[in-house]
Design a protein around this ligand. Sequence first.
Ligand code: PLP
Length: 396
Amino acid sequence: MHLSQRQLFLNHQAQTTRFPLLLEFSKAEGVYLYNEIGERWLDLISGISVSSLGHGNEKVKAAIKNQVDAYMHLMVYGEYVQAPQVQLATLLTSLLPPSLNCVYLVNSGAEATDGALKLAKRVTGRSKIIACKQAYHGSTHAALSLNSERMFKEPFEPLLPNVHFMSNGNHDDLSMVDNETACVVIEVVRGESGYIPTDEHFLQALRTQCTQNGALLIFDEIQTGMGRTGKMFAFEHSGIVPDILLLGKALGAGMPIGAFVSSHERMMTLAEQPILGHITTFGGHPVVCAAAVAGIQELLSHNWIAQVAAKERLLRERLQHRAIKSVEGKGLMLALEFESFDQNKRIIDACIANGVLTDWFLFASHKLRIAPPLIVTETQLHEACDVLLEQVEKQA
Ligand code: PLP
């Protein structure tokens, strides 16, 4: 019997839910995804904040092809001098403050989180970790330990001990950061809570509290990094510099990558006592790094990041409807708030049926996600708004 690709997916690929979307695409170009028969969908989610350059960027594809021809995997991370890794680390740190001058390349956001926690423990000699309620930093054991929601983590316990949760934005909770704290992990714009920017005064107070107590401040910019909020890194809006910066998602320009960035001095603690304090076979894969370098160069040589604020304004101006309770977020990471999950789900399903890809949030199922590729044009945003508003009117 011939099974469809969809059935084979269900049979042989591990599932993450009982209700996968089961959409099938055969091509993606610019801001559109296409199926076999040429129907297209406008991408309003960028594969969850990954495809900032859109799909099929020519410079990125050429860099990948060149690197495939030169070499792929040569050796585990950290031993050989591999040009694409060096170029990426050099380029990335040239965009960051001097205290963030050293990059550890890994394969995913969760690995960046994990590496950063180890680094913080190693640098401070402390084990107490503070994360924020309803934040998402990944799904591996260490990253899951930073998830405050019992539903997600209870079946997997025991996880990391000595993890404590504060409310993002609550100044009273700052006293949790004491001289036993290794680090505080926080998102500059809360991703899976539904794109809620962290208050700048809170970030400033947190910076001070961390510095006074010798705790490292870790910014998770895995979703906000690489221009999504209108600056290359979201922390630039506040002027607050973290001790460790986490990157992933859009950094790889469509290829899998993660990175934690800190000072050279701190990073050297992973090289001794014990030697090989953090190792990875594929972290900084040369083909991925070549794509990332090309991606950053593309971002730097176009004015997509500078256009983010105007595109945000356009969306905010257009997306007004009595059923839309709020529009939250920053730059091209916006969330439309609806009355309930059921209403939101109806609208999302109707948008998808009408050629616009969107989604909800892990901790905010009543919010609809708008995070298109940064290359999206104003015309394409109007096209998306037309569909969205029509479906809100019909489904709300
Ligand atoms: N941190 C944030 C803010 C994220 O949004 C995500 C993924 O959604 C992660 C970490 C985990 O990244 P990955 O899925 O690459 O492990």
